[in-house]
Design a protein around this ligand. Structure first.
Ligand SMILES: *Cc1c(COP(=O)(O)O)cnc(C)c1O
Length: 387
Protein backbone atom coordinates (compact mmCIF):
# COMPACT_ATOMS: atom_id res chain seq x y z
CA UNK A 1 0.00 0.00 0.00
CA UNK A 2 1.28 3.43 -0.92
CA UNK A 3 0.38 6.88 0.34
CA UNK A 4 -2.24 9.11 -1.21
CA UNK A 5 -0.79 11.83 -3.40
CA UNK A 6 -2.43 14.34 -5.77
CA UNK A 7 0.09 13.52 -8.51
CA UNK A 8 -2.00 15.30 -11.13
CA UNK A 9 -1.23 18.55 -9.29
CA UNK A 10 2.51 17.90 -9.00
CA UNK A 11 3.33 18.63 -12.66
CA UNK A 12 3.10 22.38 -12.07
CA UNK A 13 5.63 22.28 -9.20
CA UNK A 14 9.41 22.35 -9.25
CA UNK A 15 10.86 19.22 -7.63
CA UNK A 16 12.09 18.51 -5.03
CA UNK A 17 9.44 19.87 -2.68
CA UNK A 18 7.71 18.89 0.54
CA UNK A 19 4.10 17.83 0.37
CA UNK A 20 2.06 18.03 3.59
CA UNK A 21 -1.15 16.03 3.77
CA UNK A 22 -3.44 18.42 5.62
CA UNK A 23 -5.94 15.68 6.36
CA UNK A 24 -3.39 13.62 8.30
CA UNK A 25 -2.15 16.69 10.18
CA UNK A 26 -5.70 17.59 11.19
CA UNK A 27 -6.53 14.03 12.26
CA UNK A 28 -3.39 14.03 14.41
CA UNK A 29 -4.28 17.35 16.03
CA UNK A 30 -7.87 16.21 16.55
CA UNK A 31 -6.62 13.14 18.45
CA UNK A 32 -4.34 15.31 20.61
CA UNK A 33 -7.30 17.57 21.39
CA UNK A 34 -9.54 14.60 22.20
CA UNK A 35 -7.04 12.89 24.46
CA UNK A 36 -6.00 15.98 26.40
CA UNK A 37 -9.54 17.25 26.85
CA UNK A 38 -10.11 14.18 29.05
CA UNK A 39 -7.39 15.39 31.41
CA UNK A 40 -7.30 18.32 33.77
CA UNK A 41 -4.88 21.26 33.62
CA UNK A 42 -2.86 20.09 30.63
CA UNK A 43 -1.16 22.33 28.08
CA UNK A 44 0.40 21.02 24.88
CA UNK A 45 3.15 23.15 23.32
CA UNK A 46 4.11 22.15 19.80
CA UNK A 47 7.92 22.07 19.41
CA UNK A 48 8.42 24.49 16.54
CA UNK A 49 11.86 23.16 15.66
CA UNK A 50 10.32 20.04 14.08
CA UNK A 51 8.68 22.09 11.32
CA UNK A 52 8.11 25.84 11.14
CA UNK A 53 6.32 25.99 7.80
CA UNK A 54 3.88 28.93 8.29
CA UNK A 55 0.84 26.98 7.02
CA UNK A 56 1.59 24.08 9.33
CA UNK A 57 2.06 26.43 12.28
CA UNK A 58 -1.25 28.17 11.64
CA UNK A 59 -3.08 24.84 11.48
CA UNK A 60 -1.49 23.68 14.73
CA UNK A 61 -2.40 26.94 16.43
CA UNK A 62 -6.03 26.56 15.29
CA UNK A 63 -6.27 23.48 17.49
CA UNK A 64 -5.30 25.50 20.55
CA UNK A 65 -1.75 24.29 21.08
CA UNK A 66 0.98 26.51 22.52
CA UNK A 67 4.53 26.73 21.16
CA UNK A 68 7.84 25.40 22.44
CA UNK A 69 10.68 27.51 21.02
CA UNK A 70 14.44 27.04 21.15
CA UNK A 71 15.52 30.32 19.52
CA UNK A 72 14.48 33.92 18.98
CA UNK A 73 13.72 33.10 15.37
CA UNK A 74 11.28 30.43 16.51
CA UNK A 75 9.61 32.88 18.90
CA UNK A 76 9.13 35.23 15.92
CA UNK A 77 7.73 32.39 13.80
CA UNK A 78 5.33 31.43 16.60
CA UNK A 79 4.12 35.00 17.07
CA UNK A 80 3.69 35.44 13.32
CA UNK A 81 1.57 32.31 13.17
CA UNK A 82 -0.63 33.77 15.90
CA UNK A 83 0.44 31.73 18.93
CA UNK A 84 -0.43 33.60 22.08
CA UNK A 85 2.70 34.73 24.03
CA UNK A 86 1.24 33.31 27.23
CA UNK A 87 1.46 29.88 25.60
CA UNK A 88 5.07 30.22 24.44
CA UNK A 89 7.89 28.51 26.33
CA UNK A 90 11.55 29.08 25.50
CA UNK A 91 14.27 26.44 26.05
CA UNK A 92 17.89 26.11 24.88
CA UNK A 93 21.34 26.01 26.48
CA UNK A 94 22.60 29.13 24.70
CA UNK A 95 20.00 31.89 24.72
CA UNK A 96 21.52 35.13 23.36
CA UNK A 97 20.66 38.45 25.03
CA UNK A 98 18.53 39.60 22.10
CA UNK A 99 16.56 36.35 22.29
CA UNK A 100 15.92 36.77 26.00
CA UNK A 101 14.92 40.39 25.44
CA UNK A 102 12.53 39.34 22.68
CA UNK A 103 10.87 36.88 25.04
CA UNK A 104 10.66 39.52 27.76
CA UNK A 105 9.20 42.15 25.45
CA UNK A 106 6.46 39.81 24.34
CA UNK A 107 5.74 38.48 27.82
CA UNK A 108 6.17 34.81 26.95
CA UNK A 109 4.92 32.26 29.48
CA UNK A 110 8.34 31.14 30.64
CA UNK A 111 12.03 30.63 30.04
CA UNK A 112 13.22 27.08 30.55
CA UNK A 113 16.56 27.84 32.16
CA UNK A 114 19.48 25.49 31.66
CA UNK A 115 22.27 26.99 33.84
CA UNK A 116 23.04 29.41 36.67
CA UNK A 117 24.80 31.99 34.44
CA UNK A 118 21.74 32.01 32.17
CA UNK A 119 19.47 32.55 35.17
CA UNK A 120 21.60 35.51 36.25
CA UNK A 121 21.46 37.11 32.80
CA UNK A 122 17.69 36.68 32.56
CA UNK A 123 17.39 38.34 35.98
CA UNK A 124 19.62 41.24 34.82
CA UNK A 125 17.87 41.77 31.50
CA UNK A 126 14.43 41.61 33.15
CA UNK A 127 15.59 44.13 35.77
CA UNK A 128 16.71 46.52 33.03
CA UNK A 129 13.15 46.46 31.69
CA UNK A 130 11.49 46.56 35.09
CA UNK A 131 9.94 43.14 34.44
CA UNK A 132 9.76 39.80 36.20
CA UNK A 133 10.53 36.77 34.00
CA UNK A 134 8.80 33.49 34.77
CA UNK A 135 11.30 30.66 34.76
CA UNK A 136 11.19 26.90 34.90
CA UNK A 137 14.39 25.00 35.53
CA UNK A 138 15.27 22.45 32.92
CA UNK A 139 16.46 19.47 34.87
CA UNK A 140 18.70 16.80 33.42
CA UNK A 141 16.87 13.74 34.79
CA UNK A 142 19.61 11.24 33.91
CA UNK A 143 17.06 8.99 32.29
CA UNK A 144 18.22 7.00 29.30
CA UNK A 145 15.88 7.00 26.33
CA UNK A 146 16.26 3.97 24.07
CA UNK A 147 16.78 5.88 20.87
CA UNK A 148 19.64 6.99 18.62
CA UNK A 149 22.63 8.33 20.62
CA UNK A 150 22.53 11.64 18.74
CA UNK A 151 18.99 12.34 19.91
CA UNK A 152 19.16 11.50 23.61
CA UNK A 153 19.26 14.60 25.79
CA UNK A 154 18.56 13.49 29.34
CA UNK A 155 21.87 11.91 30.33
CA UNK A 156 24.61 13.35 32.54
CA UNK A 157 26.95 13.41 29.52
CA UNK A 158 24.58 15.65 27.49
CA UNK A 159 24.89 19.44 27.51
CA UNK A 160 21.23 19.99 28.37
CA UNK A 161 19.69 20.96 31.68
CA UNK A 162 20.73 21.44 35.28
CA UNK A 163 22.20 18.45 37.12
CA UNK A 164 19.78 16.72 39.50
CA UNK A 165 22.12 17.35 42.41
CA UNK A 166 22.08 21.12 41.75
CA UNK A 167 18.33 21.63 41.42
CA UNK A 168 17.66 22.55 45.02
CA UNK A 169 20.50 25.08 45.03
CA UNK A 170 19.40 26.71 41.77
CA UNK A 171 15.79 27.00 42.93
CA UNK A 172 17.01 28.74 46.08
CA UNK A 173 19.09 31.13 43.95
CA UNK A 174 16.11 31.88 41.70
CA UNK A 175 13.92 32.57 44.69
CA UNK A 176 16.40 35.19 45.89
CA UNK A 177 16.39 37.04 42.58
CA UNK A 178 13.95 39.93 42.24
CA UNK A 179 13.34 39.77 38.53
CA UNK A 180 12.71 36.11 38.02
CA UNK A 181 9.86 34.03 39.36
CA UNK A 182 10.41 30.30 39.69
CA UNK A 183 7.28 28.55 38.42
CA UNK A 184 8.21 24.98 37.64
CA UNK A 185 10.39 22.17 36.38
CA UNK A 186 11.09 21.14 32.80
CA UNK A 187 12.41 17.84 31.42
CA UNK A 188 13.09 16.43 27.97
CA UNK A 189 14.78 13.05 27.59
CA UNK A 190 15.20 12.72 23.85
CA UNK A 191 13.41 12.04 20.63
CA UNK A 192 11.84 9.19 18.60
CA UNK A 193 10.97 7.31 21.80
CA UNK A 194 8.58 4.40 21.27
CA UNK A 195 9.08 2.58 24.54
CA UNK A 196 6.55 3.90 27.08
CA UNK A 197 8.92 2.52 29.73
CA UNK A 198 11.27 5.43 29.02
CA UNK A 199 8.50 7.92 29.76
CA UNK A 200 7.57 5.90 32.85
CA UNK A 201 11.19 6.18 34.05
CA UNK A 202 11.01 9.94 33.57
CA UNK A 203 7.74 10.09 35.56
CA UNK A 204 9.35 8.18 38.43
CA UNK A 205 12.25 10.59 38.46
CA UNK A 206 9.86 13.57 38.47
CA UNK A 207 7.91 12.07 41.37
CA UNK A 208 11.08 11.51 43.42
CA UNK A 209 12.22 15.05 42.78
CA UNK A 210 8.85 16.55 43.75
CA UNK A 211 8.93 14.73 47.09
CA UNK A 212 12.52 15.77 47.71
CA UNK A 213 11.87 19.44 46.96
CA UNK A 214 8.75 19.49 49.11
CA UNK A 215 10.72 18.06 52.01
CA UNK A 216 13.82 20.19 51.62
CA UNK A 217 12.44 23.50 50.42
CA UNK A 218 8.81 23.25 51.48
CA UNK A 219 7.69 24.46 48.12
CA UNK A 220 4.98 23.40 45.76
CA UNK A 221 5.87 23.28 42.11
CA UNK A 222 3.15 24.88 39.97
CA UNK A 223 4.19 23.54 36.56
CA UNK A 224 5.64 20.24 35.42
CA UNK A 225 6.80 20.15 31.81
CA UNK A 226 7.73 16.67 30.56
CA UNK A 227 9.03 17.81 27.16
CA UNK A 228 8.48 15.91 23.93
CA UNK A 229 10.01 12.85 22.34
CA UNK A 230 7.14 10.57 21.30
CA UNK A 231 8.26 8.60 18.25
CA UNK A 232 6.51 7.70 15.02
CA UNK A 233 6.39 4.53 12.91
CA UNK A 234 8.84 5.28 10.10
CA UNK A 235 8.42 1.73 8.76
CA UNK A 236 4.66 1.99 8.29
CA UNK A 237 3.57 5.55 7.52
CA UNK A 238 0.41 4.30 5.83
CA UNK A 239 -0.68 1.76 8.40
CA UNK A 240 0.17 3.93 11.39
CA UNK A 241 -0.19 7.51 10.24
CA UNK A 242 -1.23 8.78 13.67
CA UNK A 243 1.06 8.14 16.65
CA UNK A 244 -0.36 6.54 19.78
CA UNK A 245 -1.20 9.73 21.64
CA UNK A 246 -3.79 7.84 23.66
CA UNK A 247 -1.18 5.64 25.32
CA UNK A 248 1.33 8.48 25.60
CA UNK A 249 -0.87 11.00 27.40
CA UNK A 250 -2.53 8.30 29.48
CA UNK A 251 0.79 6.88 30.69
CA UNK A 252 2.28 10.19 31.73
CA UNK A 253 -0.89 11.64 33.18
CA UNK A 254 -1.43 8.49 35.21
CA UNK A 255 2.15 8.13 36.47
CA UNK A 256 2.99 11.69 37.48
CA UNK A 257 1.64 12.20 40.97
CA UNK A 258 0.37 15.71 40.56
CA UNK A 259 -0.39 17.94 43.52
CA UNK A 260 -3.51 20.12 43.57
CA UNK A 261 -3.42 22.83 40.95
CA UNK A 262 -0.26 21.55 39.28
CA UNK A 263 -0.33 22.07 35.53
CA UNK A 264 1.16 19.39 33.27
CA UNK A 265 2.86 20.58 30.06
CA UNK A 266 3.85 18.51 27.01
CA UNK A 267 6.07 19.47 24.07
CA UNK A 268 5.57 17.06 21.17
CA UNK A 269 7.27 17.96 17.90
CA UNK A 270 8.02 15.00 15.67
CA UNK A 271 4.85 13.10 16.57
CA UNK A 272 2.66 16.03 15.47
CA UNK A 273 4.11 16.59 12.00
CA UNK A 274 6.31 13.68 10.84
CA UNK A 275 3.70 11.51 9.16
CA UNK A 276 1.88 14.26 7.28
CA UNK A 277 4.97 15.19 5.27
CA UNK A 278 6.73 13.61 2.30
CA UNK A 279 9.69 14.80 0.29
CA UNK A 280 8.67 14.55 -3.36
CA UNK A 281 11.37 14.29 -5.99
CA UNK A 282 11.86 13.10 -9.54
CA UNK A 283 14.19 10.43 -10.81
CA UNK A 284 16.94 12.00 -12.90
CA UNK A 285 18.70 8.82 -13.94
CA UNK A 286 18.66 5.10 -13.38
CA UNK A 287 22.29 4.08 -13.41
CA UNK A 288 23.63 0.53 -13.62
CA UNK A 289 26.61 0.10 -11.28
CA UNK A 290 29.03 -2.84 -11.17
CA UNK A 291 26.78 -4.93 -8.92
CA UNK A 292 23.69 -2.81 -8.25
CA UNK A 293 21.50 -0.15 -9.78
CA UNK A 294 21.07 3.39 -8.53
CA UNK A 295 17.99 5.57 -8.69
CA UNK A 296 19.45 9.07 -8.75
CA UNK A 297 16.96 11.66 -7.50
CA UNK A 298 16.84 15.42 -7.86
CA UNK A 299 16.45 15.56 -4.04
CA UNK A 300 19.52 15.21 -1.89
CA UNK A 301 20.76 15.37 1.68
CA UNK A 302 20.42 19.15 1.49
CA UNK A 303 16.64 18.67 1.33
CA UNK A 304 16.39 15.88 3.92
CA UNK A 305 19.49 15.31 6.02
CA UNK A 306 18.19 12.71 8.50
CA UNK A 307 19.47 9.60 6.67
CA UNK A 308 22.96 11.11 6.30
CA UNK A 309 23.00 12.60 9.81
CA UNK A 310 21.45 9.82 11.91
CA UNK A 311 21.32 6.84 9.52
CA UNK A 312 17.57 7.41 9.80
CA UNK A 313 15.22 5.13 7.89
CA UNK A 314 12.52 6.62 5.68
CA UNK A 315 10.12 4.55 3.61
CA UNK A 316 10.62 5.30 -0.09
CA UNK A 317 7.88 4.79 -2.70
CA UNK A 318 7.79 5.20 -6.46
CA UNK A 319 4.36 6.80 -6.75
CA UNK A 320 4.39 6.90 -10.56
CA UNK A 321 5.00 3.21 -11.26
CA UNK A 322 3.04 0.00 -10.78
CA UNK A 323 5.63 -2.15 -12.58
CA UNK A 324 7.19 -5.18 -10.81
CA UNK A 325 9.59 -4.49 -7.94
CA UNK A 326 13.31 -4.07 -8.49
CA UNK A 327 16.07 -3.20 -6.05
CA UNK A 328 17.83 0.17 -6.05
CA UNK A 329 20.15 2.28 -3.99
CA UNK A 330 18.27 5.56 -3.83
CA UNK A 331 20.70 8.47 -3.86
CA UNK A 332 20.82 12.22 -4.36
CA UNK A 333 22.99 14.43 -6.56
CA UNK A 334 25.12 15.99 -3.79
CA UNK A 335 28.89 15.54 -3.83
CA UNK A 336 29.04 13.49 -0.62
CA UNK A 337 29.10 9.71 -0.28
CA UNK A 338 26.62 9.95 2.57
CA UNK A 339 24.04 11.44 0.20
CA UNK A 340 22.01 8.21 0.23
CA UNK A 341 18.32 7.95 1.14
CA UNK A 342 18.24 4.17 1.23
CA UNK A 343 20.27 1.14 0.19
CA UNK A 344 18.77 -1.95 -1.46
CA UNK A 345 15.31 -0.39 -1.58
CA UNK A 346 12.54 -2.28 -3.39
CA UNK A 347 10.74 0.07 -5.75
CA UNK A 348 8.36 -0.54 -8.60
CA UNK A 349 10.54 -0.56 -11.70
CA UNK A 350 11.77 2.96 -11.98
CA UNK A 351 12.29 5.24 -14.95
CA UNK A 352 13.57 8.74 -15.49
CA UNK A 353 10.89 11.27 -14.56
CA UNK A 354 9.03 9.07 -12.04
CA UNK A 355 7.93 10.72 -8.82
CA UNK A 356 9.54 9.32 -5.67
CA UNK A 357 7.99 10.01 -2.25
CA UNK A 358 10.25 9.85 0.79
CA UNK A 359 7.77 9.36 3.57
CA UNK A 360 7.45 10.50 7.20
CA UNK A 361 9.52 13.56 6.37
CA UNK A 362 7.33 16.23 7.98
CA UNK A 363 9.55 16.52 11.06
CA UNK A 364 13.17 17.67 10.94
CA UNK A 365 12.97 17.69 7.14
CA UNK A 366 12.21 21.01 5.46
CA UNK A 367 13.40 22.94 8.50
CA UNK A 368 16.87 21.33 8.38
CA UNK A 369 17.38 21.94 4.65
CA UNK A 370 20.57 23.69 3.58
CA UNK A 371 21.95 25.35 0.48
CA UNK A 372 25.09 23.23 0.24
CA UNK A 373 26.24 22.93 -3.40
CA UNK A 374 24.44 26.29 -3.95
CA UNK A 375 21.12 24.50 -4.16
CA UNK A 376 17.79 26.24 -3.69
CA UNK A 377 15.87 25.43 -0.51
CA UNK A 378 12.91 23.09 -1.10
CA UNK A 379 9.45 24.65 -0.88
CA UNK A 380 6.59 23.18 1.13
CA UNK A 381 3.00 22.75 -0.11
CA UNK A 382 -0.03 21.55 1.80
CA UNK A 383 -3.02 19.71 0.35
CA UNK A 384 -4.94 22.98 0.72
CA UNK A 385 -2.35 24.87 -1.35
CA UNK A 386 -2.86 22.45 -4.24
CA UNK A 387 -6.67 22.55 -4.35
C1 LIG B 1 13.24 19.00 20.45
C2 LIG B 1 12.50 19.31 21.66
C3 LIG B 1 11.19 18.87 21.82
C4 LIG B 1 10.46 18.07 20.77
O1 LIG B 1 10.98 16.80 20.61
P1 LIG B 1 10.28 15.75 19.64
O2 LIG B 1 11.11 14.54 19.76
O3 LIG B 1 10.27 16.33 18.28
O4 LIG B 1 8.90 15.53 20.17
C5 LIG B 1 10.53 19.21 22.98
N1 LIG B 1 11.13 19.94 23.94
C6 LIG B 1 12.40 20.37 23.83
C7 LIG B 1 13.00 21.18 24.91
C8 LIG B 1 13.12 20.08 22.69
O5 LIG B 1 14.38 20.51 22.58
Amino acid sequence: MKGNFPIDKFGALQTPFYYYDTHILRQTLELIRQETSKMESVVVHYAIKANANPQILRTIREYGLGADCVSGGEIKAALQAGFSPDKIVFAGVGKADWEINLGLEHGIFCFNVESIPELEIINELAAAKGLVAQVELRVNPEVKAHTHANITTGLAENKFGIALSDVEHVITLAQQMEHVKFIGLHFHIGSQILDMGDFAALCNRVNELLVLLEQQLHIKIDNINVGGGLGVDYQHPNRQAIPDFHEYFKTINMLIRRRDGQVLHFEPGRSVVAQCGSLISKVLYVKQGANKQFAILDAGMTDLIRPALYQAYHKIENISSELPLETYDVVGPICESSDVFGKAVDLNKTNRGDYIAIRSAGAYGEIMASQYNCRALPKGYTTEDLL
